[in-house]
Ligand binder design. Sequence first.
Ligand code: HEC
Ligand code: HEC
Length: 327
Amino acid sequence: MGKVQGIWSICFILMIAVFLGCNYNEQGQISPLGKMEEPLDNKSSKDKIELGRKLFFDKRLSSNNKVSCASCHIPELAFTDGKKKSIGVENRFSMRNAPSLLNSGYLKTTMYDAHIETLELQMLVPLQDHSEMNANLDSVISILKEHPEYKEAAQTIFQRDFDPWVLTRSIAAYERSLISDNSKFDKWKRGEATFSNSEKRGWQLFSKKLNCKICHIPPHFTNYKAEHNGLYDDYEIDKGRFRIFNDSMDIGFFKVPSLRNVALTAPYMHDGSIPTLNNVLDHYVKGGKEHIGKSKYIVPFSMTKQDRIDIIRFLNTLTDTSYLHLR
Ligand code: HEC
Ligand code: HEC
């Protein structure tokens, strides 16, 4: 009897845990991505997201009124920009390739260096970066606070004047609303879509035979950590996470990008140096370049022509454009 009760209590605890860990997606299904943590000081609401959306597309956030967040994070391209390196005010190049913002609410740390801990803080970087929006926070606020629509929204949603708090909280809330969890892969997992034999083989290769899954862990297809995939034998131009702590063990470490929507986010890697998915596979087949920090999981392997086709077909199943209506 004691044993049976024990089993029931474990089941009950598990059910509660599952319940608490669940998020329901737009389609009313349990999201495979799990629960997204919101900061205590920035609970989302429909109005806040809508204000954040307007600000995200507002070019007055830049010094020359020509660049908005959406200039480099274009919705149709999974919030990337299709360029090797992004272009900011006065056609200046930013340091890196623009990452997708889909599912950015799940990031443990942002940026390729995996160091800024919240979306609220992160947005202050592009806003003030000389090569991105080149703005001065005080002047941006003084311009935006006079805009009747923003003035009113700030009062209604935050009960205060439009200030940096309102700006950072609403843009971050908008970013947290950008969810992509309804790809063909997700539908297949739920039994609502069938995979072709080629897609199935691609998934087997990705998740069993090769080491991809170690860093690009499903269902997020990233481990949210900085890793070293042996892109270069010399990281002179951009040392990655090294620049944060000046620790030589960090040279060549970059945050693992999610592979969700990867078919839309070319060119690839922190510097956009790899143009196609086929070329990305070339990199991994060779086991990357020799560098002291390279992960032990980046090793050469053989791959037939068919294997290549299969993996790429599988990667294409990670595309999900149902987020587009959120623009
Ligand atoms: C000029 C192009 C440009 C503009 C404008 C821009 N970004 Fe970015 N964004 C980038 C690049 C490049 C990176 C990668 C930076 C890095 O890792 O060092 C990035 C990184 C990010 C990240 C981190 C994503 C991750 O996976 O770690 C977020 C979030 C983000 N941007 C949001 C915004 C918001 C919000 C705005 C507007 C306030 C904005 N960006 C404006 C180019 C831009
Ligand atoms: C040791 C961890 C690790 C393993 C294993 C790994 N990757 Fe990566 N992957 C990374 C990192 C780190 C980056 C980003 C590197 C950079 O930006 O310089 C990356 C980038 C990518 C990108 C580019 C994504 C983008 O948006 O730019 C693709 C595609 C990719 N990996 C696919 C794969 C495939 C396929 C495999 C298996 C053959 C694999 N990865 C194995 C760590 C790993």
